[in-house]
Design a protein around this ligand. Structure first.
Ligand code: NDP
Length: 341
């Protein structure tokens, strides 16, 4: 059995979902209540591969909200993640993806030191960040999106916002090794990490987001921002492909311009309907088929009976691991979400 640990994007989102799912006691409550709320299994899932194989899984809502980080409720945030992991393990789940901020919190707050939660000894082999599949899907979206828009990747400037992160660094490695991009722009806040990435790649220009945006034909957004930022279409190249892989989204503005193409990044579409209700809640366009690539990674590992933490740690994703998960993804019928043009 596979598991997905997820969370909602804001307190307001959580309240409306609680109402919709029939948890009125959660719906009218503020952040303090959500800080106390235990994890819940809120969905049972059945997925069939195009090979004909069927697997079963569960969605665990951690009750973490990004506002917990913004308001410095760090202890509550970290408790949410380890409690959700213990909950998944207690329910006999073999491989569970840590969606969205779950793996970021796990790594940033060094939660591997917490190995015991009440009577449960956490077995970290049963968890994966899902970031290898997410990075692979975003890279395929760059390649396919460029082709759809007639952008020649060989002459293109690609900016990666969140370049030094787990997903961002993997995207840079892929673009460097597999794609002839003319220029790679590296964007994040900490200069030291940017310089380390630049020297690992042996290329890339370090720029601020304000400097990078007007130069980029393609922008990959994979920064761990609790809230999206405002971007002005007038400061972008025309055409420009923006692939927003953030959860919550990195882009705070809904840009409506015929030459600016925004693609939901790190999202896959399955070839067959999935029996679940959870993706209706995060507003996917086709909720029975579309899902986060990190969640799909735990499904892929279950299909292949690879009950191991395929993606773990930080900045260790290799191009060969991305190619491997990519092959398994195609084999079972998952495709990168494409531009709707
Ligand atoms: P990491 O924490 O590993 O990396 C985050 C990156 O963002 C770092 O480079 C960080 O560098 C940078 N960053 C953070 N804040 C800012 C800012 N304000 N401006 C510029 N750069 C910033 O995160 P992951 O790689 O694990 O995840 C990245 C995003 O992808 C998250 O939003 C996450 O929720 C989402 N995600 C999506 C998935 C999917 O399936 N679609 C799956 C998993 C994650 P610095 O701190 O130096 O600025």
């Amino acid at each position: 059995m596979f598991g997905l640990i997820g969370h909602l994007t804001s307190l307001q989102h959580a309240q409306s979902v609680a109402r919709e799912l029939g948890y009125p006691e959660y719906a009218d409550q503020g952040l303090d209540f959500w800080c106390m709320a235990p994890p819940q299994i809120v969905d049972d899932i059945t997925v069939t591969s195009i090979t004909g194989q069927t697997i079963h899984g569960k969605y665990v809502e951690s009750c973490f909200l990004p506002e917990m980080l913004a308001s410095k409720r760090i202890k509550a945030a970290t408790r949410k993640i380890v409690n959700a992991m213990a909950h998944a393990q207690k329910h006999g789940i073999n491989i569970t993806a840590l969606g969205g901020f779950s793996s970021i919190i796990f790594e940033n707050f060094n939660l591997q030191r917490i190995t015991r939660i009440r009577n449960i000894q956490l077995d970290l082999q049963r968890f994966t960040t899902g970031n290898t599949h997410t990075a692979y899907i975003i890279c395929r979206q760059v390649e396919q999106g460029a082709q759809q828009l007639g952008i020649d990747l060989g002459k293109a400037t690609v900016a990666v916002c969140g370049a030094t992160g787990d997903i961002g660094s993997a995207v840079c490695r892929w673009l460097d090794a597999r794609t002839e991009t003319a220029e790679l722009l590296l964007v994040a806040r900490h200069q030291g990490r940017l310089e380390a990435l630049q020297s690992e790649l042996g290329r890339g220009k370090i720029l601020s987001i304000e400097e990078a945006l007007p130069l980029a034909d393609i922008v990959v957004w994979v920064a761990s921002m609790p809230k999206g930022i405002e971007v002005d279409a007038d400061n972008l190249k025309h055409p420009c492909l923006m692939i927003d892989g953030g959860y919550p989204k990195n882009l705070g503005t809904k840009i409506q311009h015929p030459d600016i193409h925004i693609l939901n990044g790190g999202i896959v579409e399955h070839s067959l309907d999935i029996d679940w209700k959870i993706m209706h809640i995060v507003n996917m366009n086709i909720p029975n088929r579309q899902l986060f690539a990190c969640f799909a990674e735990s499904m892929l590992l279950e299909f292949e009976q690879l009950h191991t933490n395929f993606s773990w740690g930080r900045n260790e994703i290799t191009v060969s691991k991305m190619e491997k998960i990519g092959e398994i993804s195609l084999k079972h019928g998952f495709n990168p979400l494409a531009l709707g043009i």
